[in-house]
Design a protein around this ligand. Structure first.
Ligand code: 13P
Ligand code: SF4
Length: 310
């Protein structure tokens, strides 16, 4: 059984949050106690929207660096803080600006659709942004005569290609956590729990096999919503294990089993309650995006928002 975090730590965070006029946003993969102290939890898209809509002066982003950058792009007048600068993303690190420029030069008539798991500089070189919750809609909104360069996640890209039947070239990137969720894990767990509903994140390396069995493929928030709405009592969850916290808290009468116990993102887990407190105490670490980069990245994000709304 887990022990509760020290009350004075939580009190300290809440007190400083008030004093700084701050809002705490936490991604669905964060440590349970960090999710519990947050004002809002969600997937990449939901947190981005919360950041943009918030009237707080300070945003403490409990997630990874590209997410804080996206918040800084959408909320340029606010101070965006990340409690640990080492909270990176192995997937975002698979493509940089010069690699993308080279690839574009080899496909001069294609448009670039960039998964939100990219740096602001890479987004600035892209035509459209997308998240796991709207990638299919975004690709469908691209003019039909255009080929698409999809960066950086090849599994999500392959899934979208399958769904939309568009000509999509895939960047060979993947997330080290989801890459390790193998076909064999899915097969074994399905055999052991034949009645369980299988919820899958589209970044999973097992996606080909998962799609054979999958009951539901969605973003982290989509998976959490489905867990609450589904009549099933038992679920197999194919994504990072931090998501189990919200699923179990919201549905105490249901059983949630990770497809791979080892699927833990060490970058997400860099953020601890102590670091959230220090972040508010010392107003660190501020995440900013140069104005020109932010303006270009924003075009790609705005196109995503328009596609998702339409
Ligand atoms: P979501 O947008 O579905 O929360 O995914 C973000 C992410 O980093 C998945 O690994
Ligand atoms: Fe990046 Fe993978 Fe961690 Fe998501 S789970 S933040 S894609 S490294």
């Amino acid at each position: 059984m887990k022990t509760a975090p020290p009350a004075d730590l939580v009190d300290g965070i809440l007190r400083l949050k008030e004093k700084r006029n701050a809002v705490i946003l936490a991604h669905n993969y964060q440590l349970g106690e960090v999710q519990d102290v947050a004002d809002f939890t969600g997937d990449s898209l939901a947190l981005t929207q919360k950041a943009a809509a918030s009237d707080a002066e300070v945003i403490v982003f409990c997630g990874v660096h590209f997410m804080a950058e996206t918040a800084a792009i959408l909320a340029p007048t606010k101070k965006v803080l990340i409690p640990d600068l080492e909270a990176g993303c192995s997937l975002a690190a698979t493509v940089d600006v010069s690699q993308l420029r080279d690839w574009k030069a080899r496909h001069p008539n294609a448009v670039v659709v960039a998964y939100v798991n990219t740096t602001a500089a890479v987004k600035a070189e892209s035509d459209y942004c997308c998240t796991s919750s709207n990638a299919v809609q975004v690709v469908e909104s691209v003019p039909p005569d255009k080929e698409i360069l999809f960066i950086p996640d090849m599994y999500l890209g392959r899934y979208v290609r399958e769904k939309t039947k568009r000509t999509i070239h895939l960047w060979p990137g993947s997330c080290h956590v989801h890459f390790r969720i193998h076909d064999e894990d899915i097969e074994a767990q399905k055999k052991a729990h034949p009645g369980a509903e299988l919820l899958v994140h589209p970044e999973c390396g097992c996606l080909t096999s998962a799609l054979k069995h999958a009951d539901f493929v969605a973003s982290t928030s989509g998976m959490i919503r489905r867990a609450a709405e589904s009549p099933a009592r038992e679920f197999l969850v194919a994504t990072e294990t931090g998501i189990l916290h919200a699923m179990r808290r919201q549905n105490p009468d249901k059983v949630f089993l990770p497809v791979a116990e080892s699927a833990e993102c060490s970058f997400m887990k860099k953020i601890t309650l102590e670091k959230v407190l220090w972040s508010l105490e010392d107003m660190k670490h501020r995440v900013t995006v140069p104005t020109e980069t932010a303006a270009k990245a924003r075009r790609a994000i705005d196109r995503m928002m328009a596609a998702a709304a339409g």
